[in-house]
Design a protein around this ligand. Structure first.
Ligand code: AMP
Ligand code: GLY
Length: 427
């Protein structure tokens, strides 16, 4: 029987560990640090930080962890996989070199261009001045039609705050100024603005081969009807109606496989979960890649895990071992739909107000994230908010309508001061 270590504390890690806990092969779950919504029987380790990756790796080896699964992008970019692998621990999650496909937008663009993946036109600027120069000189700025615009991005990881979608030159220039303070190395990527529907499509990748999960939709804006600032994600659903069956093959052949081949060629094979953030135009039958992430999406994982058919553990092991050759090209999914609605703190995403007492009635299906135990506040349950995204209320059922009703019914059993949520998820 196997011991699994899941690293991270969000709804994504809760959903992953929950799914892995159903595996007939897994006997013990360790979480680092996990969250308060997880069963008490799961062992708790501290969240590793860059300075003590080595310590966590020795601990994992000494504990005979059979598989470590890394959730957060930051830890991947900082090389936690590399540290665990150096101690001989089997890891689901790419090396820091391969995680650059997420941690550097200019690197991702370069990889896509090298293999002709369809993506927005882009320019890389090494300074704010250069970014402004590009904005002033691009041809579609002058007299561009209503559908023109820019997206200004900082090159490094920025907790979802490093992207500004802009309508005109003034907004573009302002975005460069406001992002200047965030830019890790002062490098910007400026893109042509694309229009359509966004789709999160993920695949298990073993460095060479891939197996596609079903796509999910994510809601990035804070408020209903896609208003308000960008967030980490306010809700999600799967399956996504209207996506032609033929698209899975297309996404595989034209996006995932060429990118894997190019990563290999560059000496940084990608083993883990590769997430393609797509913009799609169903009427025009077009697909563009907006970005890649080197990890499971959150909250998408909260709707994908309940839908995956069968045991997740063998998939993750095969990916970590670099051999998906005996697995199908598509991960099997149940036909049931799933919807998750995020309950976020007041002030999220800019400055979430925490420490609010959470009241839960009944036993709604939830995945926790920013929740802590505060013995000073009430009992039971003594839970208080401790982050921006507090928890996800899950609904499953035959058809999205059913799943949505369930998710909102679960959400209605949760209350805390200043709770924010969207009321249009999966509508
Ligand atoms: P990214 O971190 O690159 O995925 O960008 C975050 C969000 O900004 C995306 O989910 C989109 O909503 C939006 N976005 C990014 N690039 C573009 C683009 N080229 N055109 C339109 N919207 C974009
Ligand atoms: N939900 C978007 C992300 O995980 O990046």
């Amino acid at each position: 029987m196997r011991k699994i270590l899941v690293i991270g504390s969000g709804g994504r890690e809760h959903a992953l560990a929950w799914k892995l806990s159903q595996s007939s092969e897994v006997s013990q779950i360790f979480v680092a640090p996990g969250n308060i919504g997880m069963p008490e029987s799961w062992m708790r380790w501290p969240l590793p930080s860059r300075e003590n990756f080595g310590e966590m790796a020795s601990r994992a080896r000494n504990e005979n962890i059979d598989l470590a699964v890394i959730g957060p992008d930051q830890l991947l970019a900082e090389g936690l996989s590399d540290a665990l692998m150096a101690e001989g621990v089997l890891v689901f999650g790419p090396t820091a070199a391969a995680a650059r496909i997420e941690s550097s937008k200019s690197f991702a663009k370069d990889v896509m261009k090298a293999v002709g993946v369809s993506t927005a036109k882009s320019w890389v600027a090494a300074s704010p001045e250069e970014a402004r120069k590009i904005l002033r000189s691009v041809p579609w700025e002058k007299g561009g039609g209503p559908k023109r615009g820019w997206v200004v991005k900082v090159d490094g990881l920025a907790l979802g705050k490093g992207v500004r979608v802009c309508e005109g030159l003034d907004q573009g220039l302002e975005a460069v100024s406001s992002l200047t303070s965030l830019g890790s190395a002062g490098i910007f990527v400026i893109e042509e603005r694309l229009f359509g529907q966004e789709l999160s499509w993920m695949a298990f990748c073993d460095g060479e081969r891939c197996a596609l999960l079903q796509p999910a939709r994510d809601y990035k804006r804070l408020l209903d009807r896609d208003q308000g600032p960008n967030t980490g994600g306010m809700g999600s659903f799967s399956p996504v109606p209207g996506i032609p069956d033929s698209w899975a093959g297309r996404v595989r052949e034209q996006i995932f496989l060429p990118v894997l081949q190019e990563m290999n060629r560059r000496g940084c094979p990608f083993r883990g979960l590769l997430y393609a953030g797509l913009m799609v135009d169903l009427a025009a039958d077009r697909i563009w890649v907006l970005e890649f992430n080197a990890r499971f999406g959150d909250p998408e994982t909260q709707v994908l895990m309940p839908r995956i058919e069968g045991d997740l553990y063998p998939w993750l092991v095969a990916v970590a071992q670099g051999d998906l050759s005996s697995f199908p090209e598509k991960v099997p999914f149940q036909s049931e739909a799933a919807v998750v609605v995020i309950a976020a703190s007041g002030g999220y995403p800019d400055s979430p107000r925490v420490g609010k007492k959470i009241q839960i009635s009944g036993a709604p299906q939830i995945f926790c994230a920013g929740v802590q135990l505060d013995p000073a506040v009430g009992n039971p349950p003594g839970w208080v908010t401790s982050g921006g995204r507090v928890l996800g209320a899950l609904g499953t059922g035959l058809g999205l309508d059913h799943a949505r009703r369930e998710a909102y019914r679960n959400l209605s059993q949760i209350q805390f001061e200043e709770m924010q949520w969207r009321s249009d998820i999966a509508l």
